[in-house]
Design a protein around this ligand. Structure first.
Ligand SMILES: Nc1ncnc2c1ncn2[C@@H]1O[C@H](COP(=O)(O)OP(=O)(O)OP(=O)(O)O)[C@@H](O)[C@H]1O
Ligand SMILES: [Mg+2]
Length: 373
């Protein structure tokens, strides 16, 4: 009954066995052990494999795809491989531990974008990284917490006020992500005249009042500096980590050390440094100029024992797209700056996902030990 062209028999067990031969390079276990294989179906003309990644921005995703195709090739007859990726983002830190309260319980991972010095490009980097994560398929919120100079709404081209439902503020949905700005409730010129406790009260109230729903990542754009506002925010949400933005100049880098010291004090992991305005390529002669010097962030990162999350060149398009209300990653995803933003987004999301996997594994071991005792 089988003709010449009928495919050889292939069992699901065999496919699973082959997938067992593929390991994730970062989690250092095979796909079956990791529970990443969600589907393995065999049809006459194809094998469908469903892989669940720990984040849609998983850095080794392309490599995994190659390895899966390599493992199956020559083993499944003439069938094609249909590979479908999905993702499930988990919290990098157990939500019930760490300092402070948790005023944003629906956000699995909260990342602060901070800098000691003003004007280094925090808001630009935070907006683009948030948009890159959303573009890759994550559920992302972006909170402009710069009480003295909110700018995120301009960068996303909206002034639409948030709606109110059940007495809570609903973030504005724009360009694929959820936006909220402290500028909606506190006027920057008023904030300037407030004393510390009043400002802290307003910030805490604001965090409490926003209904984010369920988020994979909440990105917080902080005001520059290492003062009260940063500490209040850091202590009232369960922060997964802070990304420190700097230009390559010595003055900006000195402030990175100050920021790192502050976050260490409040037990917030510093995820790494981002060197913004790292180089300028002349659009006509293509010569690269290091206007603000170059490489300082990488030396400093080495000294502080933290990674460089990425280097973003100076590009006219980055400024223009910011002013025109759409992040560069959505306007020119192929530009060198946009690629750098995607790279930073993948680095941050992957780092958090590895931490989440490790926390889960150690939780499982602790759980087992408890049973044994
Ligand atoms: N890589 C880049 N290339 C070109 N222009 C950039 C780049 N990064 C930031 N800029 C521009 O530099 C200016 C300052 O950037 P941004 O507002 O993001 O800095 P900031 O650190 O958030 O400032 P503040 O401390 O005032 O909040 C903006 O006009 C922005 O468009
Ligand atoms: Mg800013």
């Amino acid at each position: 009954m089988f003709g010449k062209k009928d495919p050889p028999t292939l069992s699901q067990e065999r496919v699973m066995k082959l997938l067992e031969g593929v390991s994730d390079p970062l989690l250092e276990k095979n796909l079956i052990e990791l529970g990443m294989v969600k589907d393995a179906r065999i049809d006459a003309d194809r094998v469908r494999v469903g892989i669940e990644l720990p984040t849609p921005a998983w850095e080794p995703r392309d490599l995994l795809e190659q390895e899966i195709r390599r493992a199956l090739s020559g083993q499944i007859g003439d069938r094609k491989v249909d590979l479908a990726f999905s993702s499930q983002v988990r919290a990098s830190r157990p939500l019930a531990s760490g300092p402070g309260q948790n005023l944003v319980p629906g956000a699995r991972n909260i990342v602060l974008f901070a800098s000691g010095k003003g004007g280094v490009g925090k808001s630009t980097v935070a907006s683009n990284v948030a948009a890159a994560l959303a573009q890759m398929g994550a559920n992302v919120g972006l909170l402009d917490a710069d009480i003295y100079g909110p700018s995120i709404l301009t960068m996303f081209g909206t002034s639409e006020p948030p709606t109110i439902a059940n007495d809570r503020l609903r973030p504005v949905h724009r360009h694929g992500l959820y936006l909220m700005s402290i500028g909606f409730v506190v006027k920057p010129e008023e904030a300037m005249t407030w004393r510390g406790p009043m400002l802290n009260g307003a910030l805490i109230q604001f965090l409490r009042d926003v209904d984010w729903g369920d988020l994979d990542y909440l990105i917080l754009d902080l005001p520059p500096g290492t003062g009260d506002v940063q500490l209040t925010l850091a202590q009232n949400v369960k922060v997964s980590g802070a990304a420190l933005v700097s230009t390559p100049q010595d003055v900006a880098l000195a402030d990175v050390i100050r920021a790192k010291t502050m976050f260490d004090k409040v037990d917030i992991p510093v995820l790494g440094v981002i060197e913004n305005m790292s180089a300028f390529e002349c659009p006509s002669c293509h010569q690269v100029h290091h206007i603000f010097a170059h490489g300082g962030a990488s030396k400093l990162a080495d000294k502080l024992g933290i990674p460089v999350l990425g280097e973003v060149p100076i590009e006219l398009g980055v400024r223009e797209s910011g002013d025109q209300g759409k992040p560069e990653v959505l306007v020119r995803p192929e530009s060198a700056a946009a690629k750098a933003f995607f790279h930073i987004a993948r680095n941050i999301a992957t780092d958090l996902a590895v931490k989440a996997a490790k926390a889960e594994a150690s939780g499982r071991i602790a759980g087992r030990l408890k049973i044994v005792q």
